[in-house]
Design a protein around this ligand. Structure first.
Ligand code: G2I
Length: 449
């Protein structure tokens, strides 16, 4: 429905009595005392802090001392992959995965499962399959492994690295992709059926900023949400060198606005700016309410797959590096969120109107901000909605998701897009935008149709 049609139909329905109430509040996220470990500091913000773990190192006391002291989540670095868990078709081996799980369970840590389907680390027999035989084997693998670990996995990377690098934003060619474009949703449906309580994630690399690859994944997640394909989270591996994209936080936020959690799943950072970049990545996660946790891809530099690059938080002797302190300090500082709420109530003498409220959450930094706007239906369902926001002079919208907009500055009108116009009574839709300049209060108003 276009804006003109919506305005006309709303005008026909409403003889308007409009009351507006406005409230603004500043929420400071962590005011608790400083914690002394990564896991405890993250827990004070409601998040986990994890590490990739190798079963073969659990006998190394330096390794397990740091693991047990610092981390509240673990990911098996290789032990739950296809080649490890189903070395022969239909014959499963969970010995190493169970060692990782048992160590985590005995020390109260949650577990990220990694990864049910991936084009790498497939057993030889699967590499030699194709077509419906491979599809059947792949879905059977998802079902059997997720069933084995049912109830014990916090989040599963159901599908890993299925999108291509480069400018196209499309799928990577692989034996799995050649079984049909719907292989990813088939895998998510099988995983949900096998373990209904695990959060189901899509995980990938080079997706850390707004780019063609991350936008291709964004479109897939939006499509999955619109069609009720079960997906709960997106993992951003974040294998970084010397810097983090300037729109890292905005990228996390735009995925969160689709209604999924976001997780930083394989963080490691090499280069001279390592300490500062670790701090920056941590603060970005804290600024996004649905960024639920961070996992580093190994414990000591000597445990890293990036041999010789020293990209982790502990040196080869298990000593804390400056990057560790940057992360701990950032976690202890918590996040700052400015929230403004405007409520519009409409009464009518005609047919029951569709009312809505809008609230905006703004995360700011010097020179820029991201905003997330939540549109909530009143006691009747919305068929469409229109929100206005007031941007102060000198402020410009540079990027937006999940809404159409009328302009870039001043009073901007936002309207629903295909997938989020229908909102059931009492339920919410979200959209968001990125801007330059500084905003204190967006004063959103909402009108429904
Ligand atoms: O490549 C870094 C990561 C990228 N995202 C997905 C992750 O699953 C991936 O992890 C790495 C592991 O850290 C490595 O440890 O995945 C590699 C495989 O692509 C792992 O390397 C493999 C070696 O290639 C094998 O030769 C070795 O047998 O580790 C195996 C177990 O040590």
């Amino acid at each position: 429905m276009n804006l003109t049609t919506k305005s006309a139909s709303r005008a026909a329905l409403v003889t308007a009595t409009v009351t507006v109430s406005l409230s603004a509040s500043l929420i400071l996220a962590s005011s608790a005392s400083a914690a002394t470990t990564l896991g405890a500091a993250a827990a004070q913000t409601g998040r986990y802090f994890g590490a990739a773990v190798s079963a073969g190192k659990l006998g190394d006391s330096t390794y397990t001392t740091v693991l047990n002291r610092e981390f509240t989540s673990v990911t098996a670095e290789n032990e739950m992959k296809w080649d490890a868990t189903e070395p022969n078709r239909g014959q499963f081996n969970h010995t190493s995965g169970e060692r990782v799980l048992a160590q985590a369970a005995s020390t109260g840590k949650q577990v990220r499962g990694h990864a049910l389907l991936w084009h790498q680390q497939q057993p030889g027999w699967a590499q030699r399959l194709s077509g419906s035989d491979l599809r059947q084997a792949a879905i059977n693998h998802v079902t059997r492994v997720a069933t084995h670990y049912r109830g014990k996995i916090h989040s599963w990377d159901v599908v890993n690295e299925a999108f291509a690098d480069g400018g196209g934003g499309g799928r990577r060619d692989s034996n799995l992709q050649r079984t049909g474009n719907d292989w990813i949703e088939a895998a998510f449906r099988a995983a949900r059926a096998a373990d209904p309580n695990a959060k189901l994630c899509y995980n990938d690399y080079n997706t850390d900023g707004v780019n063609a690859k991350s936008t291709g994944i964004y479109a897939m997640v939006r499509d999955f949400k619109a069609r009720n394909v079960p997906i709960d989270c997106v993992g951003f591996q974040s294998h970084l060198t010397n810097s983090v994209p300037s729109d890292y936080q905005a990228n996390l936020q735009r995925f969160a606005a689709l209604g999924v959690d976001v997780q930083i799943t394989e963080l490691d950072i090499s280069g001279a700016n390592q300490t500062a970049v670790y701090g920056s990545v941590t603060r970005s996660c804290l600024a996004v309410p649905r960024c639920t946790g961070i996992t580093v891809w190994g414990i000591r530099d000597t445990d890293s797959w990036r041999t010789g690059q020293n990209p982790l938080l502990f040196d080869g002797n298990g000593n804390k590096k400056p990057a560790y302190t940057a992360v701990l300090d950032a976690l202890n500082a918590g996040g700052t969120t400015t929230t403004t709420t405007t409520t519009t109530t409409t009464t009518t003498t005609g047919p029951a109107p569709s009312t809505c409220t809008a609230s905006a959450s703004v995360n700011s930094w010097t020179g820029g901000f991201t905003a997330t706007v939540k549109v909530t239906a009143g006691s009747t369902a919305l068929r469409g909605w229109r929100v206005t926001t007031s941007l102060p002079p000198g402020t410009t919208v540079t990027n937006a998701w999940s809404a159409d907009r009328s302009g870039d500055s001043g009073t901007v009108t936002w309207t629903d897009v295909d997938h989020n116009g229908s909102v059931a009574a009492g339920r919410s839709a979200e959209f968001g935008f990125l801007g330059t300049g500084s905003v204190a209060d967006l004063a959103p108003t909402c009108a429904g149709s």
